[in-house]
Each structure stands twice: as C-alpha cells, then as structure tokens.
Design a binder for this molecule. Sequence first.
Ligand SMILES: NC(=O)c1ccc[n+]([C@@H]2O[C@H](COP(=O)([O-])OP(=O)(O)OC[C@H]3O[C@@H](n4cnc5c(N)ncnc54)[C@H](OP(=O)(O)O)[C@@H]3O)[C@@H](O)[C@H]2O)c1
Length: 235
Amino acid sequence: MFENTTTIITGGSEGLGKAAAKRISEGGGEVWLLARNSEKLQKAAAELNQGQDGDLVKWAACDVTSKESVDACIAQIKERSGTVTNLINCAGIWLQGSTADATTDQIKDTVMTNVVGAIHVTQGALPLIEQGHIINVVSLAGVEPDGNWSTYTASKYGLRGFTDSLRQELAGQKIKVVGFYPGGISTEFFVNAGLDTPPGQPWMMKVDDVAKVLVDLMLLPQDIIIEHLELRKFG
Ligand SMILES: NC(=O)c1ccc[n+]([C@@H]2O[C@H](COP(=O)([O-])OP(=O)(O)OC[C@H]3O[C@@H](n4cnc5c(N)ncnc54)[C@H](OP(=O)(O)O)[C@@H]3O)[C@@H](O)[C@H]2O)c1
C-alpha cells in the first residue's frame, strides 16, 4: 500500500501521529517521526519497528517552532531518504481558558506550534516532494468558534487558512493539500497541556479509528482529492 513512499509525520511520537505512523509502516511505507523529546521518539520508533522487516520507522528530534531545528531535520531526511512523498503536519498543543488569563508565552507557544510550525515544516519539505500529499491536522476548532479556547481556535483557524491557500499555491503540481478536522480524540493531548482530562472520555473518538481515516486519505484514486474532512463522534 505504502511501499516505496516516505512520509514525514510531525508530532509522530505519540497520539494521532504515532497511530498514523503505525498504519503507514505496516503498509510498507517509510516514516519519519518528528517531535521534540528524543527519548519518546526513540521508544515510539522501536515499538513500531518491532516485528517488521527493516527499520521503516525513523526519527529526528525537531522543534517545529524553530526554523533552524526544522531545517536541520529536513537536511537529515534529505540525506538519508532523498525524496519525500507525504507530509502530515500533526504536531499541536492545547490551550484552554480565557484570553484574559493566558500568558504571553502560552499564546506564543500555541500559535507558533499549531500554525507557524506547520508552515516551517511545509516550507522545508516542499522541495523534497514531487508527488504526494500534505495533510494538515487541524481540528473542529478550525471550523467552529468556542469561547472557552479562543487562542487555540485562532491557531487552528490560522492553520485552516494556510491549508486552503497552500492548495491554491500548489495548483498544477502533483501534491494534494488536505485539511483534516477531527473532534475529540482519545490521546494524552489534554493531559499534556496540564488538564485532568485523560484519554477514554465518552466524547472522544478512538485514536486508531481516526488514524485509519487520516491514512485512507492518501489511498484515494490519483485524480480524486478530499480537500476538507470533518470527523465527529457518532452515536
Ligand atoms: N486529541 C484531540 O482531542 C484532538 C482533537 C482535534 C485535533 N487534534 C489535533 O491533532 C494533533 C495531534 O494531537 P494528539 O491528540 O495526537 O496530541 P498528543 O498526543 O499530545 O501529541 C502531540 C505530539 O506533538 C508533538 N509536539 C508538540 N509540540 C511540538 C513542537 N513544538 N515541535 C515538534 N513536535 C511537537 C509532541 O511531542 P513532543 O512533546 O515530544 O514535542 C507529540 O508527539 C494536534 O495538532 C491537535 O491539535 C487533537
């Protein structure tokens, strides 16, 4: 399914990114996991490579908020893999609470990670992609406003704007630009932001189910694209 392809996944060390990496590598595709924490990356790659032929899952420590860090990772990927087929911009952080209470650092981190980070990695990876996909993991928060998380919403509306504009920018090239808009997913996302909201909440979708839908977007016939896909928990 994914033989002879190389996919970069930011935020690939856990949650949705890791689940997508599992599916792609099980389908024979090479995957590069990018995230900040080397230990977690190493552990995730070792786990995904277990029982597979060859080490299809590779990793590089990368902070998407830093252009220098992204450029260094892309250089490593170029040297070891040559070309890239797909980029999944999945790295993201959550910020809940009122605008009045948010610190300047929290606001900056949220926007830098969720929007600027995706732009940095896209800019770096584009010269390596001749044909394939750029999938930006946005959120329903990029579609529906919510007064409880205005800054997070702003970051995801920004990512949506980038996604739809990039599609126009790349028109005529063989790169499908896709916006992926899931609702709540059962991961450590909220715990990682310091909230007492562990995975397994009734309103969350199973991470492997969401990863399946995400990865299937790359298996459509060559002349078909789903440009904008919203996923909601049903039932
Ligand atoms: N979970 C949900 O309910 C939900 C719903 C809708 C959309 N989403 C979106 O889905 C995406 C994945 O979420 P998830 O639930 O899988 O989250 P997660 O389990 O918290 O994973 C986040 C990943 O992003 C990486 N990351 C964070 N900041 C980074 C940075 N500056 N540079 C590089 N990597 C960074 C983390 O690794 P390090 O910390 O080691 O860097 C980790 O690998 C996010 O974009 C999120 O906004 C999530």
